[in-house]
Design a protein around this ligand. Structure first.
Ligand code: MHO
Length: 150
């Protein structure tokens, strides 16, 4: 099993999108990329923790490649929006790829260059090494699913 970590705005919908992908075995929503250990949702919402709302995707590389996950990532948000997605504004909503190894980093970089060609505006996605990932509160896991929304 391999792990990929993405930030693409409010993590509720991002989780749903990745759960739909065959080869993805689990998705956890949480916080990463900031400085505060074990942050609460409230702290992250304040924008002061440096964390992004993110999803940690567990996948079987024999069934789905990291490149295919990157395609999903680009397709579910607007990576040219800096520190926001639509009405959700703040650094916690930034577009980011948190890389788990050098291979992921190279793939992410190449993928960003490809996707840039389809936008007039610069792609704001940050590509950084993955650090500690703090799972969000239980009520945020499968949030939309629990409410009958997909
Ligand atoms: N605008 C959304 C953000 C939620 S997401 C988990 C809301 O508060 O409904 O950041």
């Amino acid at each position: 099993m391999a792990t990929a970590t993405f930030g693409a705005g409010c993590f509720w919908g991002v989780e749903v999108a990745f759960r739909r992908v065959p080869g993805v075995t689990d998705v956890t929503v949480g916080y990463t990329g900031g400085e505060v250990p074990d942050p609460t949702y409230k702290q992250v919402c304040s924008g002061s923790t440096g964390h992004a709302e993110a999803v940690q995707v567990a996948f079987d590389p024999e069934q789905v490649s990291f490149d295919e996950l990157l395609e999903v990532f680009w397709s579910i948000h607007d990576p040219t929006q800096r520190n926001r997605q639509g009405l959700d504004i703040g650094t916690q909503y930034r577009s980011a790829i948190f890389c788990h190894d050098a291979e992921q980093e190279a793939a992410a970089q190449a993928s960003l260059e490809r996707i840039q060609a389809s936008y007039d505006k610069p792609v704001a996605t940050e590509i950084v090494p993955a650090g500690p990932f703090y799972p969000a509160e239980e009520y945020h896991q499968r949030y939309l699913e629990k409410r009958g929304q997909r």
